[in-house]
Design a protein around this ligand. Structure first.
Ligand SMILES: Cc1ncc(COP(=O)(O)O)c(C=O)c1O
Length: 467
């Protein structure tokens, strides 16, 4: 996957800032120093600094230079008082608000995790679909191979190789989106009543699949470094865990990226206990800087890792196409997939194939993730401007979700119902767990541009939180 030239140095700077080596206020190397160090042009360095400024990590002081911004130390304490308990997949709270979100007034939707109309290249997608239909004609009306078109699979494999993820063509299944892939993964690995370890917070759609399949869960907290591996180890000692479901790259809703060392440590734990891992990589292409991250699959030699993703977050959710690399569970996964319907729409398969075979997908992602990085910073600024004191937020490293915690004094039920009345939608924190530990949190999606109406709605939501 191609990156912008400047990302070689911006990712080093970002790593040092996020890792606390460069503290707020620290003076950063000059343009000339970096030009020499990275053997690149002044324009490239300037573009890189502009990007770091747009992400809110750096400020420029005229006639003085570049400095680490002071607000980036803002973090979220997201480790509630957890115990490794097994629970039924039943929501403690009524999740009516989320299931009813299709109804009612819609003035500003910050709850829908899809690429916004204004920042996705809809023209590119529609044009590609039209070309495919024109050129492939009636062959699109037939069954395609059950596991997916060979050409598409080979493009998916090539693409994954760019982030050191080796995919065996015999273990690859093309699916109707990510949730179907998740369904297949569970059905291939677990039986009703089995215990699985899940992230806490965990996205509602994944919890719903777990609930429907009648599985039992142990919720593992996600802290500032991602999935809490010590907690997982404790949970493994006393419980027969069948599988771990995890989003190591830009976890939804926190946007946390798990480091390679932790990915490897997770693998050594699951290998010790013979546990399958179901890896959700749906946001993996949407890094804000540097290289596209690796996956757990990158480091897996046991075959216990099932990786899945889709193009719903990177292209459009109406393009129903995802994939699953099933590792040693391929025979079971193939059977389940066959029972779910033998072919994914040839139109979607050919459309994505065409985007992946040229430069179009990569070009689109490059621009999209830069825009997302700016939107993240912009939204964090809006929060600090309009929301009451005590609101805290975690700066994400990629994806398009922000996990926000409200001050204790805010009446959350009142906040949601006031917002709902005027058509402003957020996703309540309690939908991210079967237990009720996230009642003070909510998720904001920032995958669209801010219209004047949206900006006004945001400000109003801040005022409602303060009342
Ligand atoms: C983590 C995660 N998995 C899966 C999905 C659904 O993906 P798809 O539309 O490809 O089924 C979503 C989107 O809501 C998601 O956030």
């Amino acid at each position: 996957m191609k990156i912008y030239k400047f990302e070689t140095f911006t990712s080093d700077i970002e790593k040092n800032i996020r890792g606390g080596i460069y503290k707020p206020g620290h003076k950063l190397p000059s343009v000339r120093e970096l030009k020499k160090q990275y053997q690149t042009s002044i324009t490239t360095i300037q573009n890189g600094y502009e990007h770091l400024i747009a992400m809110g990590l750096v400020i420029s002081i005229p006639k003085s230079g570049y400095y680490v911004a002071s607000h980036i130390s803002k973090t979220l304490e997201i480790n509630p008082d957890f115990k490794p308990v097994v629970r039924d997949a039943i929501f403690e709270r009524n999740v009516e608000l989320i299931t009813s979100s299709a109804r009612g007034k819609k003035v500003a939707e910050f709850n829908v995790a899809t690429p916004g109309d204004l920042i996705i290249s809809q023209k590119l997608l529609l044009r590609t679909m039209q070309q495919v239909i024109r050129e492939s004609g009636v062959s699109l009306l037939k069954y395609y191979p059950t596991n997916g078109s060979e050409e598409l699979k080979s493009n998916i494999i090539k693409h994954a190789a760019n982030y050191q993820t080796r995919i065996n063509p015999h273990e690859l299944l093309v699916t109707d989106g990510a949730l179907q892939a998740l369904h297949i993964a569970f059905a291939a690995v677990c039986n009703k009543g089995d215990i699985i370890a899940i992230e806490s917070p965990c996205v509602f759609s994944v919890l719903e699949v777990i609930r429907v399949l009648g599985l039992k869960v142990i919720e593992i907290p996600v802290d500032i470094d991602g999935f809490d591996l010590n907690f997982l180890k404790k949970a493994c000692i006393n419980n027969k865990i069948r599988a771990v479901v995890i989003t190591p790259n830009f976890h939804n809703p926190t946007g946390i990226l798990m480091a390679d060392e932790q990915k490897k440590e997770l693998l050594s734990i699951i290998q010790q206990y013979g546990i399958a891992v179901i890896e959700n990589d749906i946001y993996g292409d949407l890094n804000f800087s540097g290289k596209r991250p690796t996956t757990l699959k990158t480091f897996d030699e046991s075959g216990l890792v099932i990786t899945y993703t889709s193009y719903s977050k990177t292209l459009a959710p109406g393009i129903r196409l995802g994939w699953l690399s099933a590792g040693k569970f391929m025979p079971q996964a193939e059977q389940v997939k066959f029972a779910m319907g033998s072919t994914v729409s040839p139109v979607y398969q050919e459309t994505v194939n065409r985007l992946l075979s040229g430069e179009s997908y990569d070009r689109h992602i490059r621009a999209f993730r830069m825009q997302l990085a700016k939107n993240a910073y912009f939204t964090i600024n809006l929060l600090s401007k309009h929301f009451p004191e005590g609101t805290s937020v975690l700066t994400p490293s990629g994806g398009y979700n922000l996990w926000v915690k409200m001050a204790d004094k805010v009446n959350m039920d009142n906040f949601y119902s006031q917002c709902e009345k005027i058509g402003i939608k957020f996703t309540p924190g309690y939908t991210f767990s079967f237990s009720d530990v996230f009642s003070r949190y909510f998720r904001i999606v920032f995958a669209d541009q801010y219209s004047a109406q949206k900006l006004q709605a945001f400000e109003l939501a801040g005022q409602l939180a303060a009342t």
